[in-house]
Design a protein around this ligand. Structure first.
Ligand SMILES: [Ca+2]
Length: 321
């Protein structure tokens, strides 16, 4: 693990997505965080010792899906499959396939396996599975503020975790999409899907893969906006822990009240521009959400949800494993 010294920083951004604003000052105490996302090899050790079964490996309970067709209730997860063309960017189903048999052991579906992906981050991990792993390892999931503080690597208000240039000197610094998402990945960084967790340079704190490769779970409930910046230095939040559970529900689905958590550090985020073009936003610190576990909605444990975790309140400095 790597010791993150803690301190004050400006969290969020006023220049990108609505959910990242407003940028505001927060303070976090020092904490330890894993140097890399949890790998398949590490997760395999956890499963071997505990017998843990992930949400994606579990057949949904019909009681959680009233009205669902019985033949549709089977263990599965979401797998990214690039479409030939995109008709409507709001329809994520064009590139996410709800695939039977996809889970952490077979991230690309039933025909694949992770035998050659031991140092890649584990995927298809729901929030409850991430929590179980962290508990087994004697750790916790980071808050969003802790995660973002660690991801910035000591830089202040830079666009990326390594500075303001996406590819300084032409060098790729993270596993992110190149090309026209979701149709064409040019793989200029060397990887079509996930990459080994140390394939790209560590940031200023010595932490790898915060940006790019996969989404990573945090402990915070989702909120549509950040808190406003404190009016006085004395009022800057210390160790903020996100929004309220009740406020994390999807307002577009008032009949479905599933609490949601914040994910950070995606391989790529996309939004439509005002011209309707696809505008990839590469390697930034954008937030996203996924439903946390519950046996309902296995789908959302689907694609890259990964975890870095941390040990709180350890006072000594240095690195430990
Ligand atoms: Ca990441």
């Amino acid at each position: 693990m790597v010791w993150i010294p803690g301190g004050k920083f400006r969290m969020g951004s006023d220049h990108h997505y609505r959910e990242e604003a407003p940028s505001h000052r927060v303070r976090v105490d020092g904490f330890w965080i894993d140097r890399t996302p949890v790998t398949n090899a590490q997760f395999r050790s956890f499963v071997k010792e505990t017998g843990h079964i992930t949400v994606a490996e579990t057949t949904p309970d019909p009681a959680h899906y009233p009205g669902a067709l019985p033949h549709m209730l089977y263990a599965r997860s979401l797998v990214f499959e690039p479409p030939h063309r995109v008709h409507n960017l709001r329809d994520l189903g064009q590139w996410w396939t709800f695939m039977r048999g996809a889970n952490w052991r077979r991230p690309y579906g039933p025909r694949g396996n992770i035998d050659v992906l031991g140092e890649h981050p584990v995927v298809h991990v729901a929030y409850s599975n991430a929590l179980a792993y962290a508990k087994w390892a004697g750790k916790e999931l980071p808050t969003e503020a802790e995660w973002e503080f660690a991801a910035r690597g000591g830089l202040e208000a830079e666009e990326y975790a390594w500075g303001n240039a996406l590819t300084p000197g032409g060098k790729h610094m993270a596993n992110i999409w190149q090309g026209s998402f979701p149709i064409q990945n040019l793989c200029e960084g060397g990887f079509d899907r996930t990459s080994p967790v140390t394939a790209f340079p560590a940031n200023g704190y010595g932490v790898c893969d915060m940006i790019g490769n996969v989404w990573e779970w945090t402990a915070d409930w989702w909120s549509a906006r950040h808190e406003a910046d404190a009016a006085k230095p004395c009022c800057i939040p210390q160790n903020p822990r996100g929004g309220r559970e009740a406020a994390s529900y999807d307002p577009c689905r008032p009949a479905i009240r599933i609490p949601r958590k914040v994910l950070k550090g995606a391989r790529i985020s996309v939004r439509r521009t005002t011209a309707g073009a696809i505008a990839p936003r590469l390697g930034n610190l954008s937030r996203s959400i996924r439903q946390p576990v519950t046996s309902a909605f296995t789908a959302w444990c689907g694609r890259p949800s990964l975890l870095n975790h941390r040990k709180r309140r350890l006072k000594s400095r240095g690195s430990v494993e």
